[in-house]
Design a protein around this ligand. Structure first.
Ligand code: NAD
Length: 252
């Protein structure tokens, strides 16, 4: 990249997660990196690791994406510390396998809060500066569950929340296109991370893999690579799109 810019990645503390891999991939492409996560120590470790490995400036901050004040404070720190924010990856997310007939209001709201409100608050805080500067790349982490109605691990609340992000991306892409800001979604299939907290039985995983045309679970790097592509300055004609990264498990 000729102009140095900062990429903000939420939920990038998780060591084996998509966010951490994405932060590394973006740093390797020359972006300065801000890691925002509930896990402050993990965010700082990630930032140190990124700065050391890629020779770019990186900071790790605590922010609960559901909390407007924490989001505002963290983004202000990023703005006063690093290069102007050019990319936002709304990666922080939680899943929940609870069946609809058993779901509580609290559980439904918890899933929507992190996945949808979190992406809204982050984007609401960062998009105005991008529009003002005439450049921005926003990526939402949706899921194949949004497209096929679950069937991986997440239940109805998760599928609905991830589907909300698709509408969010598309509508925002229309609004912000004239300002040089693209908005896209990435919909991963079964990626080997810790999001299911070990609650996806191996037999179920094996059965799913047998049905995936490329016959394996996804690597975090598979997803990070597509996100990095969408964040490039050269990807400015790609907006309002959904990129499937699912090994062919949902060809539609
Ligand atoms: P992960 O559990 O490894 O990492 C999620 C990170 O988000 C963690 O570091 C966690 O601390 C952080 N986080 C959670 N709640 C937060 C909050 N309120 N504020 C700030 N940070 C918070 O998950 P992952 O598998 O890497 O998933 C990353 C994203 O990709 C999620 O949005 C997930 O829904 C989506 N996704 C994952 C898969 C998969 O198979 N792993 C498939 C489709 C979509």
């Amino acid at each position: 990249m000729s102009t140095t810019r900062t990429a903000v990645i939420t939920g990038a503390a998780s060591e084996r997660g998509i966010g951490r891999a994405t932060a590394h991939a973006l740093a390797a492409a020359g972006w300065e990196i801000a890691v925002l996560d509930l896990d402050e120590a993990g965010a700082k470790t990630a930032a140190d690791e990124i700065a050391e490995r890629h020779g770019v400036r990186a900071i790790g901050l605590r922010a609960d994406v559901v909390d407007r004040d924490e989001v505002a404070a963290a983004v202000s720190t990023v703005e006063s510390t690093l290069a102007p924010i050019g990319a936002l990856v709304n990666n922080a997310g939680i899943t929940s396998p609870i069946r609809f007939l058993e779901v509580s209001d609290t559980e439904w709201d918890r899933v929507f809060d992190v996945n949808v409100r979190g992406s809204y608050l982050m984007t609401r805080r960062i998009a105005p500066g991008m529009a003002e500067r005439g450049f921005g790349r926003i990526v939402m982490l949706s899921s194949v569950s949004a497209e096929r109605g679950g069937g991986v691990f997440g239940g109805v609340a998760y599928s609905a929340a991830k589907a909300a992000l698709l509408g969010f991306s598309r509508a925002l892409a229309r609004e912000l296109g004239p300002d040089g800001v693209t908005v896209n979604s990435v919909a991963p299939g079964l990626i080997d991370t810790d999001i299911t907290a070990g609650k996806l039985p191996q037999e179920r995983k094996d059965a799913m893999v047998a049905d995936i045309p490329v016959r394996r679970t996804g690597f975090v790097a598979d997803v990070a690579d597509v996100i990095t592509f969408l964040c490039r300055p050269e990807s400015g004609y790609v907006t309002g799109a959904t990129y499937d990264v699912n090994g062919g498990s949902h060809i539609h």
